[in-house]
Design a protein around this ligand. Structure first.
Ligand SMILES: Cc1ncc(COP(=O)(O)O)c(C=O)c1O
Length: 372
């Protein structure tokens, strides 16, 4: 019988990689709720619920807060395509794979991109960004808060945002691996556009990308002189759909919106402080266990992400073989390193519903058996 005749039956993986994370049963049940239309009054209320819950998660009062129909990369494109006009100077802070992707997208939307780089695994000093902006003021600065390719958390976002604003620039902050797992304070930090993805610390299925836009960034979008290079990701048109009087823009992914709403309700029920504490506690437990089996962490604890840990591999460990055994014999997914860190680290996610003490114990037990 050809395989396509078999009923879908994915293995029950323990998802401890860089995302997607495990999806809570309540969120899975929401996916199976009956379909309604994308302009049904009941669905418009669901969109409005998502907006309110996202404002809480992002800790913002930004009017323009919604979820794009697309993954995190769609939000990277939306942020840059809406803000950048052709020829405008952009400062791209690159300390890993996703900072590099932002630089590339900024170039493709016509920005005049200057890169500021530190080695993968490190973070930026505020002064270095301030100096780069004094040398060449930029209209837009891109920065990754939680660099999933390295496990580093960029600190001092408020001071960086202030340095951008002082030079007349706006800050785009990638919060894909931080939103819902560690503090993200968009208004207190004065970030201009922040975005995330549904499948990381929010633990919804992949396919939606929360984004929030400050009044300052809205004003820059409103005063554009050149036409927007994207229709699908036009935030002004999308804001008209995500409103009390919705105008059709595209057919929203209804079931994904149900799931995102339920996942955000879980965030709100748990409370942000308790959720961050849970992520931190389980990460500490993992770090201790990794160090006990001679897998020290790449990133210093002060700037280490609780959502994504990156142990360094001791010489002699066969990266791919261990990960293959974890997957095939234990049903556990973790990931390897990218680029300069390929073969040198693992990437272990404890995000959202995956961040549980029993998952840490299971992974450490499996690693101990395999590495023995
Ligand atoms: C920091 C960061 N930014 C952006 C993305 C892109 O998100 P997606 O893969 O959902 O398009 C990812 C994905 O892992 C990420 O970790």
């Amino acid at each position: 019988m050809p395989p396509v005749d078999r009923e879908l039956d994915p293995s029950p993986r323990l998802l401890l990689g860089p995302g997607p994370s495990l999806v809570a049963p309540r969120v899975l049940r929401a996916l199976a709720a009956p379909m309604v239309g994308h302009l049904d009054p009941e669905f418009i209320v669901i969109l409005s619920d998502i907006q309110a819950l996202l404002r809480t998660a992002f800790q913002t009062e930004n009017r323009l807060t919604l979820a794009l129909s697309g993954t995190g990369t769609s939000a990277m494109e939306a942020a840059l395509a809406n803000l950048v006009e052709p020829g405008e100077p952009v400062l791209a802070c690159v300390h890993g794979f996703f900072g590099d992707r932002l630089a590339e997208i900024a170039r493709r939307v016509g920005g005049d991109v200057q890169r500021l780089e530190v080695p993968w695994g490190q973070t930026f000093e505020v002064e270095a960004i301030g100096r780069a902006l004094r040398d060449r003021p930029a209209r837009i600065v891109t920065l990754v808060h939680a660099e999933t390719s390295t496990g580093a958390r960029q600190p001092e976002i408020a001071a960086i945002a202030e340095a951008c604003h002082r030079q007349g620039g706006l800050l785009i902050l990638d919060c894909v691996t931080s939103l819902g797992g560690l503090p993200v304070e968009i208004d207190a930090w004065q970030v201009d556009i922040a975005y995330s993805a549904s499948q990381k610390c929010l633990s919804a299925p992949p396919g939606m990308a929360p984004i929030t836009v400050s009044p300052r960034a809205e004003e820059k979008i409103r005063s554009r002189k050149s036409p927007l290079p994207t229709f699908y990701l036009d935030l002004t048109l999308l804001a008209r759909y995500w409103s009390d009087a919705p105008a059709y823009h595209h057919t929203a992914p209804i079931s994904l919106a149900y799931a995102l709403r339920e996942a955000l309700r879980l965030v709100s029920e748990e409370g942000l402080a308790a959720r961050f504490e849970r992520h931190q506690k389980n990460a500490r437990r993992l770090w201790q266990g990794l160090e006990d089996i001679d897998l020290p962490l790449l990133v210093p604890e002060a700037v280490r992400l609780p959502s994504l840990s990156t142990p360094k591999l001791a010489p002699g460990i066969d990266d791919a073989a261990v990960r293959r055994r974890l997957l095939n014999d234990y049903n556990i997914e973790i990931a390897g390193g990218f680029g300069p860190l390929a073969g040198a680290i693992w990437r272990i996610g404890l995000m959202g519903h995956s961040s549980r003490p029993e998952n840490v114990t299971t992974l450490l037990g499996a690693l101990r058996e395999i590495l023995r």
